[in-house]
Design a protein around this ligand. Structure first.
Ligand code: PA5
Length: 529
C-alpha cells in the first residue's frame, strides 16, 4: 500500500473517544472488508451475549457465577438494588477510611500517622494494584506501597528489612478473593510474625479484602483486624482492579479513585455500542482475531512508550492469558485457545528484543501505547528544536513504520496523558476486548481451571513432603531414595522425593544426604536430631 492509501486507511479506521481524548488505530492490521464482513455474525452474537452478561446472566458457567465488573463503575446497572447499594457503600467506605488514615483519624497505637502499606496478594489480587501504583502514585504519596506477591522467603525478607524501622506505622492489606490462596496466606503469616517480633499487635495494622465468609474474613473478624472490605463473588480476580482490591490501595496512596471509575465508566459506555467500527474493544478483538486466525497464532507484544505504564504489559499478560488460555471451548471440545502476551516498554525494548521483532520470526503483532503529553511542564531542548519527548515519539513512529514495511502488523492506542481517568479507561477497554474475544472463540474467559490444577499439584507435593519426613523420623537408619519412596507409598514419585529432600537439605532442615550428589540413586538419606 502506498503512503496515500495508508493515510486513507488510517483515517477510515481511526477510532476517537472525544470525552477521554483516546485514539485507537488499527489501520496497520492488514485485514480487509471481506474479513470484517465474515466476522460480523460472530460480533452480533458477542454484542448480544455481552448485553445479557451485563444484565446478570451466569456468564461464567463453570463456576456458576455472574460476571459483574462493569457494575463496579456504574452501580445502577447491577441487576438488583441490593447489589447496587453494596457497591456504592463499599466505595464510600473506602473513601471514608482512606480519609481517616490520611488525616490521622485512624492511626497505629505507636505512631500518629501511617506511612507505608504492605500489600499481600497474588495474581488478580496484586497485578492491578501494582500497575496502578506504578502508573499513578505521585513521587511523595501519603503512604508508600510495597508488594508481597509471592511465597519467596527472600522476597518477603527484602520488604520486611526495608520497613523494619517503620513497621509501627505500616498498614498491611491482605488481599485474596477466595481467602484460601497459599501465597498470600504464607505472606500474611510471615508478616504477622515480624509484627509480633516488634511487640506490635498485628490486628491493629491488618486489613482484609476478601469475600465475606471466607477463611481470611473469618480470621480478620475473630482477631479484630483494623478493617475488612468485601470482594464480591461476581467479580473475577483479574477484573477486580476497580473493586476494593484496587480502589483501597489506590485511595490510600492518594490516587483519585472516583476519576478512575469515571474513566472506566466512559469506556464501558463506548464499548457497549453494537457496531464494530464504533466500538474500540470490538476493534481490538477483531484485530486479535485477524492476527492469530482466531487461534492465537501470533503473540501480542505490548509496548507502552511511557515509563509509568511499564506494568501495563504485565497486567495485560495476566488479563489476556488467564482469561483466554483455555483447553476447552464452551461445548467441551479441546481447542487450546489463548494469545501469548509479553512486553515491557519503549523505547527501552528497541535495544533488546525489538531487533527480533523487526527482522526475525514474524510470530507476533505489536500494541503500541502512546501518551501525547511528555511530562507535566515544559521540556529542555536536547538539540535545537528537539526534546527527549520528541525522540520518544519519533522512536515509536519509526518502529511502527519499520515493522509495517517488514510485514509486521501493529495497533496503536493513544491517550492524552497518564491520569486516573485514562488508566481507568485502559482497564475497561481491555476488560471488554477480552470478553468479546472470548466470545468470538467460544470459550469461558472468566474461569481459571489451570490455576486450580497448579494449586492441587503443589498441595500434593507438600503432602508427599510430610509423608517423607514421617518416614525419616520413624526410621532411625539412613535409607536410599527407593526405600524412602517405598515406605512413603510413593514408588512412582522418586524424582519428586529427591527434589523435596534436596530442597530441605539446602535449607538446614535436618536432612543428611550421604553419597555422590551427581548420582542421586547413590544417595543415603537420614534426618538428624
Ligand atoms: O484472576 C484470578 O482469578 C486469579 O489470578 C486470582 O486473582 C489469583 O489466583 C488469586 O486468587 P485469590 O484472590 O483468591 O487469592
Amino acid at each position: 500500500m502506498d503512503a496515500t492509501a495508508l493515510w486513507q486507511r488510517y483515517q477510515e479506521w481511526l477510532y476517537f473517544h472525544e470525552g477521554l481524548g483516546l485514539y485507537l488505530d488499527v489501520s496497520r492490521m492488514r485485514f480487509d472488508d471481506a474479513f470484517v464482513e465474515k466476522l460480523q455474525p460472530k460480533f452480533e452474537k458477542a454484542f448480544a451475549d455481552m448485553a445479557e452478561l451485563e444484565k446478570g446472566a451466569i456468564a461464567n458457567p463453570d463456576e456458576n457465577r455472574m460476571v459483574g465488573h462493569y457494575w463496579l463503575r456504574n452501580p445502577d446497572l447491577a441487576p438488583t438494588p441490593e447489589l447496587t447499594q453494596e457497591i456504592v457503600d463499599t466505595i464510600e467506605q473506602i473513601e471514608v477510611f482512606a480519609e481517616k488514615i490520611h488525616t490521622g483519624g485512624i492511626h497505629s497505637p505507636k505512631a500518629n500517622r501511617f506511612t507505608d502499606i504492605i500489600s499481600i496478594g497474588i495474581g488478580g489480587s496484586a497485578l492491578g494494584p501494582e500497575f496502578v501504583a506504578e502508573a499513578l502514585a505521585t513521587d511523595f504519596p501519603p503512604l508508600a506501597i510495597h508488594f508481597i506477591d509471592n511465597s519467596d522467603p527472600a522476597g518477603i525478607d527484602r520488604i520486611l528489612t526495608h520497613l523494619r524501622n517503620r513497621l509501627a506505622s505500616t498498614l498491611v492489606l491482605v488481599i485474596s478473593k477466595s481467602g484460601g490462596t497459599p501465597e498470600p496466606r504464607n505472606g500474611m503469616i510471615e508478616v504477622k510474625k515480624a509484627y509480633a517480633g516488634q511487640n506490635l499487635d498485628f490486628a491493629n495494622y491488618a486489613i482484609a479484602i476478601t469475600m465475606p465468609g471466607s477463611k481470611l474474613d473469618e480470621q480478620a473478624k475473630s482477631e479484630g483486624w483494623l478493617a475488612r472490605f468485601p470482594m464480591f463473588d461476581w467479580v473475577g480476580g483479574r477484573t477486580s482492579e476497580l473493586s476494593a482490591v484496587g480502589l483501597l490501595p489506590a485511595a490510600l496512596q492518594g490516587i483519585d479513585i472516583l476519576a478512575m471509575l469515571q474513566g472506566a465508566k466512559e469506556m464501558d459506555d463506548a464499548t457497549r455500542v453494537p457496531d464494530i467500527k464504533q466500538n474500540p474493544a470490538a476493534l481490538l478483538a477483531l484485530s486479535w482475531y485477524y492476527a492469530g486466525n482466531g487461534r492465537g497464532e501470533k503473540d501480542m507484544v505490548v509496548l507502552p512508550y511511557k515509563d509509568s505504564l511499564l506494568l501495563f504489559s504485565r497486567y495485560l499478560q495476566q488479563l489476556v492469558m488467564e482469561s483466554l488460555g483455555k483447553e476447552k471451548d464452551l461445548e467441551g471440545n479441546i481447542v487450546h485457545q489463548g494469545i501469548a502476551v509479553y512486553g515491557n516498554k519503549g523505547s527501552t525494548d528497541q535495544h533488546a528484543y525489538v531487533q527480533q521483532l523487526r527482522e526475525g520470526v514474524a510470530n507476533f503483532f505489536v500494541t503500541f501505547i502512546e501518551v501525547l503529553e511528555d511530562r507535566n511542564g515544559p521540556s529542555t531542548e536536547i538539540d535545537p528544536g528537539t526534546t527527549a519527548g520528541d525522540y520518544l515519539s519519533g522512536f515509536l513512529q519509526g518502529t511502527r513504520q519499520a515493522l509495517y514495511e517488514n510485514h509486521r502488523d501493529s495497533i496503536t492506542v493513544t491517550i492524552p496523558q497518564v491520569n486516573p481517568r485514562t488508566v481507568g479507561a485502559l482497564i475497561a477497554l481491555y476488560d471488554r476486548a477480552v470478553g468479546f474475544y472470548g466470545n468470538l472463540v467460544n470459550i469461558n474467559a472468566y474461569h481459571q481451571p489451570g490455576v486450580e490444577a497448579g494449586k492441587k499439584a503443589a498441595a500434593a507435593i507438600l503432602d508427599l513432603q510430610k509423608r517423607v519426613l514421617e518416614v525419616l523420623q520413624t526410621e532411625k537408619t539412613a535409607l536410599s531414595l527407593e526405600q524412602v519412596a517405598q515406605k512413603a507409598a510413593a514408588t512412582n514419585q522418586i524424582e519428586q522425593i529427591y527434589k523435596i529432600l534436596r530442597h530441605l537439605h539446602a535449607n538446614q532442615r535436618g536432612i543428611v544426604l550421604e553419597g555422590n550428589l551427581a548420582e542421586p540413586s547413590s544417595l543415603k538419606v537420614s534426618i538428624s536430631g
